[in-house]
Design a protein around this ligand. Structure first.
Ligand SMILES: O=C(O)CCC(=O)C(=O)O
Length: 283
C-alpha cells in the first residue's frame, strides 16, 4: 500500500504510469476506458478476499437472478468494500481520471456467475435505476478471473451521451421488458439481437485490469459456460457535478423499493440539487 497522505487516498504516483489525459478523454468521449494492469498482485488478493467474504456472508440486498435456472447468477450490492477500495488505490484511479479530489463512494456491486450456462446480464444503463445525472458518475469494473472479450462486459461506445432508456426488468423471457411500467423513458432497444447496429466495444481482460465506465453507458455482460467462473466487481463513485434526477417515474419495481438508504437520500432532494449534499462525508 502506498502513501495515503492527509486524505487517506493514495497519491497518483503510486499508480502504474499511464497517460491520464488520454484516458480521461476516452472516458469523456466514449463513456468507457480500459486500464490494463491497474492493480498489483497485493491489490488483487485484497479484492479476492473481500469478494469471498461478501459471497460467504451476503448482505440483505443480495439477489439470485433467474432462480429457476441451474447456473448461479448472483448479485450483491452494498457499502462494505470502502476499506479495500482505499487500500487498493481504486479511488486514486478515479481521482486521476477526473482530475478531481472530491468524491463519494456509492457502493459496490458484485456479480458471480458459475455452474453451467448462466445468462448474460441484459443490456442496460445504470442511470435508469439511479436518480443521478452528471458527468462524474462512474463504475470501476474488475474481473477477478481472466475473461476473453466474448465473456467480458460490453459497452455501446458513446451511448452515455445519448438516450436514457427505461431499465431492464431482468425478465426471464425478454431482456428489454421495462422496469418502470409508467415512464417517459423509451423501452430499451434489442441490442443483443441487432448487434451490428451498435458500436460495441469490449476487451480481453486479465486479473489486474480495470474498465472504468460512465453509469449512463449502455452495457451488458456475457454469461458463463460449464467449467467457467466469472467473478466481477463494480465499484461506483460520484463527484461534485452530479445532481438529483427528479424525473417522474412510478415506484413499482423501482430498485429503491428494496433500498431504504437510497430512498431516504432521494426524499431529501429536489430535481437539480447537488446530489452529494444528501450523502455522508466525501472519501
Ligand atoms: O459483470 C456483469 O455481467 C454486469 C456488470 C454490470 O452490469 C455493472 O457493473 O453495472
Amino acid at each position: 500500500m502506498g502513501d495515503t497522505g492527509m486524505t487517506g487516498r493514495r497519491g497518483r504516483e503510486t499508480l502504474p504510469p499511464r497517460s491520464w489525459d488520454h484516458a480521461a478523454q476516452a472516458l469523456r468521449d466514449d463513456g468507457v476506458v480500459f486500464l490494463p494492469g491497474a492493480l498489483g498482485l497485493a491489490d488483487l488478493h485484497a479484492l479476492e478476499g473481500a469478494f469471498a467474504a461478501s459471497v460467504a456472508d451476503p448482505s440483505p440486498k443480495a439477489v439470485r437472478f433467474y432462480p429457476q435456472e441451474d447456473a448461479t447468477f448472483f448479485e450483491d450490492t452494498g457499502q462494505r468494500l470502502l476499506p479495500v477500495v482505499r487500500e487498493t488505490g481504486i479511488d486514486a484511479t478515479v481521482a486521476a481520471l477526473w482530475g478531481e479530489a472530491d468524491m463519494w463512494y456509492l457502493g459496490e456491486q458484485l456479480f458471480l456467475k458459475e455452474g453451467g450456462h448462466s445468462r448474460r446480464t441484459p443490456w442496460h444503463q445504470d442511470t435508469s435505476y439511479l436518480r443521478m445525472m452528471g458527468t462524474q458518475l462512474v463504475a470501476c469494473w474488475i474481473s477477478l478471473d481472466p475473461l476473453p472479450k466474448t465473456h467480458c462486459l460490453e459497452f455501446v461506445r458513446g451511448s452515455h451521451r445519448g438516450t436514457l432508456y427505461n431499465g431492464s426488468a431482468f425478465a426471464a423471457d425478454d431482456d428489454t421488458a421495462p422496469l418502470y411500467k409508467q415512464s417517459l423513458l423509451p423501452r430499451l432497444p434489442d441490442i443483443q439481437n441487432r448487434r451490428d447496429d451498435f458500436d460495441i466495444v469490449s476487451w480481453d481482460v486479465a486479473p489486474g485490469d480495470m474498465i472504468v465506465f460512465h453509469l449512463g453507458i449502455l452495457h451488458g455482460g456475457a454469461g458463463t459456460v460449464p467449467g467457467m467462473r466469472r467473478r466481477t466487481l463494480s465499484l461506483r463513485f460520484l463527484g461534485p457535478d452530479v445532481a438529483f434526477d427528479g424525473r417522474p417515474r412510478d415506484e413499482v419495481g423501482a430498485q429503491e423499493g428494496n433500498d431504504a438508504a437510497l430512498a431516504t437520500i432521494y426524499a431529501g432532494l429536489k430535481h437539480g440539487d447537488p446530489f452529494h449534499r444528501a450523502l455522508g462525508a466525501k472519501i
